[in-house]
Design a protein around this ligand. Structure first.
Ligand code: NAI
Length: 301
């Protein structure tokens, strides 16, 4: 079996100073990539910052014979995003792969969540993914090649208690993926999203140790490396990934029912009568664009 390699490729991993991002950085470097290890080095809730996290990972990679440089900018500003990508360009001359992984957590129920909590979490996860992607996209477009992987979360995709900002941001990165995949297709820039579950400081107090043991961050890296490879031709897809389990998940649309004739006003009672059909997911399919959803309106046109 041919090995998937990244020789001569440059990979940027945000939030690579710990957890899952660190595992990505090692996995890419182990397969020949030159890696930009970005990490602000703050605490789990996004306070503080230190160079140590990124430096340590770079040192580990170099000791293993790999090539990596550190960057300490926050992903959450335009300047930060540009500076991270500039670090890759100035050091290694290009960017082939971007993994938007940096993240923070401030779990609070809706009424306890402050504007500051909301802004910080959304800025790191969603705006951060935009800021770094925008800068990387410009280089990738010039090179006619790029692979971008966003990080969502099962809680955003499926629901959870007490994570309004986190969950909103994590659904937001799915929207960003839809945009980047659509605009990137003509330049061979592919963008996918993963929803990982892994032991890290984000999860070490929400799951028991015997479960965490089975959720090694290293188990997430193979999916990300495949999506980041030249071989991968998929774009605009979302994948679950945990403990060696991989599955595709999607925002789907069901055919539903055309109640009216697009001329007369439909009554709420008619909606009530067809509720079973309206809520049914039978024959639901993922769509690649909003235009695809118009197929279900054809009886009306
Ligand atoms: P982690 O806390 O170990 O890693 C996140 C890293 O991002 C940290 O090293 C942190 O310093 C860095 N970071 C935070 N703010 C930053 C900023 N503004 N700029 C640059 N770096 C910044 O957590 P983990 O678990 O490795 O998380 C990685 C990603 O996976 C996150 O996006 C997280 O939301 C996501 N995720 C993780 C899950 C899990 O089970 N661990 C579940 C679902 C999603």
């Amino acid at each position: 079996m041919d090995e998937i390699r990244f020789d001569d490729q440059v990979v940027v991993v945000t939030g690579a100073g710990s957890g899952i991002g660190r595992a990505y950085a090692h996995a890419f470097a182990g397969r020949g990539a030159r890696v930009v290890v970005n990490d602000l080095g703050g605490s789990r809730d996004g306070t503080g910052g230190a160079h140590g996290a990124a430096d340590t990972v770079v040192e580990e990679i170099r000791q293993n014979g790999g090539d990596a440089v550190a960057n300490y900018d926050s992903v959450a500003t335009m300047e930060g995003g540009e500076s991270i990508i500039r670090r890759a360009e100035e050091t290694f001359g290009r960017v082939d792969v971007l993994v938007n992984n940096a993240g923070v957590l401030r779990d609070k129920s809706l009424l306890k969540m402050t504007e500051e909590d909301w802004d910080l979490v959304v800025n790191v996860h969603l705006k951060g993914a935009f800021c770094v992607t925008r800068a990387a996209f410009a280089l990738m477009k010039k090179n006619g090649y790029g692979r971008i992987i966003n990080t969502t979360s099962g809680s955003g995709l499926y629901g959870n208690f007490g994570q309004a900002a986190y969950m909103s941001a994590k659904m937001g990165v799915v929207g960003l993926m839809n945009s980047v995949a659509t605009e990137g297709a003509r330049y061979n820039i592919l963008c996918n999203t993963i929803a990982p579950v892994a032991a890290s400081r984000m999860t070490d107090d929400v799951m028991p140790p015997e479960v965490l043991e089975k959720l090694k961050p290293e188990f997430i890296a193979p999916l990300v490396l495949y999506l980041a490879s030249k071989e991968n031709k998929e774009t605009q897809m979302i994948f679950n990934c945990a403990a060696g389990w991989f599955s595709r998940t999607a925002v789907c649309c069901a055919p539903g029912i055309c109640l009216g004739d697009a001329a007369r006003t439909i009554t709420p009672e008619e909606v009530r009568e067809s509720w079973e059909t309206i809520t049914s997911l039978e024959d639901a399919t993922p769509l690649n664009s909003v235009v695809d959803s118009f197929q279900f309106l054809t009886p009306l046109f």
